[in-house]
Design a protein around this ligand. Structure first.
Ligand SMILES: N[C@@H](CCC(=O)N[C@@H](CS)C(=O)NCC(=O)O)C(=O)O
Length: 196
């Protein structure tokens, strides 16, 4: 796995600004800093040491530029990647595509790193909302998380855990509201208060 001790300077997420010069030969990875699907492709790029070959283009999903859907990726989701005059999507396909079409150490079959962005979000969210520690009684999982956190190519993509909590709280609140609408108090308590 390629490593490097330098920290990439990340540009602010694009909103309504002008689009980049699409199909000018630059390989661009369109991501959102908060998206775990995009993050797994971003980690792949870093693991293979492709920071100079694949340019990151961060998009603000809450205030998405119209050119992204119109000119880059009609499904309007991240991640997507512009390479060889084509734009491809779907995170797992992109992980495989980068692994087989670019230089750098091969990630397969050891692709645990694609799960890390999800654990990174579930762990603090469950701890915060349900006071549930997913690592308690699971030493293998705890060791796995510890190993993942040592990977610099991953570390560079991680966000402040506090940033992850707001969407998680909203999601739990939504579940709570849905259960209330269906007068399902027992379901609601199951979701929200079981372990608190
Ligand atoms: N199956 C897709 C999922 C990508 C996805 O859902 N991305 C979210 C952000 S995490 C997105 O772009 N959502 C925007 C939308 O659905 O409008 C993948 O693996 O790449």
């Amino acid at each position: 796995m390629a490593t490097g001790s330098w920290k990439e300077v990340l540009s602010p997420a694009l909103t309504t600004s002008e689009p980049p010069p699409i199909f000018d030969g630059t390989t661009r990875l369109y991501i959102s800093y908060s998206c775990p699907y995009a993050q797994r492709v971003w980690i792949t790029r870093n693991c293979k040491g492709l920071q100079d070959k694949i340019k990151l283009v961060p998009i603000d999903l809450q205030n998405r530029p119209t050119w992204y859907k119109e000119k880059v990726y009609p499904p309007n989701k991240v991640p997507s990647m512009e390479h060889d005059n084509e734009v491809k999507g779907e995170s797992l396909d992109l992980v495989k595509y980068i692994d087989s079409n670019f230089d750098g150490p091969s990630l397969f079959p050891d692709v645990d790193i694609v799960y890390a962005p999800f654990i990174e979000r579930f762990q603090p969210a469950l701890l915060d909302v349900r006071k549930y520690d997913i690592t308690e009684g699971r030493p293998n999982l705890a060791a796995w998380i510890e190993e993942m956190n040592k990977i610099e190519a991953y570390d560079q993509t991680r966000r402040d855990p506090k940033e992850m909590l707001k969407p998680a709280r909203n999601a739990f609140w939504l579940i709570s509201e849905v259960c209330c609408c269906h007068e399902s108090d027992s379901l609601r308590s199951e979701f929200l208060f079981k372990s608190s």
